[in-house]
Design a protein around this ligand. Structure first.
Ligand code: ADE
Ligand code: ZN
Length: 330
């Protein structure tokens, strides 16, 4: 729980807890189809990625103002800091907001306002990763990238998320080329529900530097060999995998085998308000279900800082890494 760690796979909209959702709904005059927070929580039973996404997008209706986005970030950072997170690279889904009439500037300035005081307030360094919804068109993604141009000083990288199957990475080749030209780093969800081929495409066509999830690489031994040889970080999300039924139970999660194979695994929370826990909860859960020993946990934490986009601040990375080495497990 308190082992210093970087969170590299976290959708800020997925940190919207029922209590905050109800508070924002009331403040903004948005009607929710649930009477109580308990009733809403009871709806958090998912069959697959799409059944989760349906609720995730619907609940975003409560997010309307800069202040709403800033409050969302503050609530997340407080929880993350309490669970040992020292650095967070945070996804957001601008198209899920602009489609509802919320201007992209409201979203980015609201998030940015809370993020710029995060080190001071929460002791967590942060970066922002703008994700494109892969079930929308490449044109929509290009338009979003263009609309984000006045705010690029707040954005480190781009990502690709939402419904994976049927929306291969190559669909977004042009978008990733345009982002590269703007100096942005690149990640993409691949191999969560989609086949190993999507992971190859994300690497070869989009040029991603980390793969978000990447779980299904295990079906392709040659791909595993390549990921190991190139030390490509995978941002795994164990509790998410159980809730979205990509693994049956946490005890069946292939994380130990992936570590043993030499894959550069990291452990993250994805959408913690929906999947039963934040970064530290994920660490505790895999420790308990998979009997990970302290050195395996330390490796996961070390991997997270090695995979972080901290190239512009190697001193900070070294400081975080020395915190990991100095951590005493009790
Ligand atoms: N958006 C939010 N969470 C996601 C996930 N686990 N996979 C794809 N898109 C997402
Ligand atoms: Zn995700």
């Amino acid at each position: 729980m308190h082992l210093p760690k970087a969170e590299l796979h976290l959708h800020i909209e997925g940190t919207l807890e029922p209590e905050l959702a109800f508070a924002l709904a009331e403040r903004n005059g948005v009607a929710l189809p649930y009477a109580t927070t308990d009733e809403l929580r009871a709806a958090y039973r998912f069959d697959d990625l799409q059944s989760f996404l349906d609720l995730y997008y619907a609940l975003m209706a409560v997010l309307r103002t800069e202040e709403d986005f800033a409050e969302l970030v503050d609530a997340y950072l407080a929880r993350a800091a309490a669970q040992g997170v020292r650095h967070a690279e945070i996804f957001f889904d601008p198209q899920a907001h602009t489609a509802r009439g919320v201007p992209i500037g409201t979203v980015i300035e609201g998030l940015g306002r809370a993020l710029e005081r995060s080190e001071e307030t929460h002791g967590v360094s942060t970066q922002l990763i703008m994700c494109f919804l892969r079930d929308l068109s490449a044109e929509s993604a290009l338009g979003t990238l263009d609309a984000a141009k006045p705010y690029l000083h707040r954005i480190s990288a781009i990502g690709l998320d939402s419904a994976e199957v049927g929306h291969p990475p190559a669909k977004f080749r042009e978008v990733y080329e345009a982002a590269t030209a703007l100096g942005l780093r690149k990640v993409a969800h691949a191999g969560e529900e989609g086949p190993p081929e999507y992971i190859r495409e994300a690497l070869d066509v989009l040029g991603v530097e980390r793969v978000d999830h990447g779980l299904r690489c295990l079906e392709d031994p040659e791909l595993v060999e390549r990921l190991v040889a190139d030390r490509v970080p995978l941002t795994l999300c164990p509790l998410s995998n159980v809730r979205l039924r990509t693994v049956d139970t946490l005890a069946d999660h292939p994380l130990p085998a992936m570590l043993a194979a030499g894959l550069h695994c990291t452990v993250n929370s994805d959408d913690p308000a929906y999947f039963g826990g934040y970064a530290g909860d994920n660490f505790d859960a895999v420790r308990d279900a998979l009997a990970l020993d302290p050195e395996q946990l330390r490796t996961l934490a070390r991997n997270s800082f090695e995979a972080a986009f901290l190239d512009h601040d190697e001193e900070r990375r070294a400081r975080y890494l020395s915190e990991v080495e100095a951590y005493a497990f009790d």
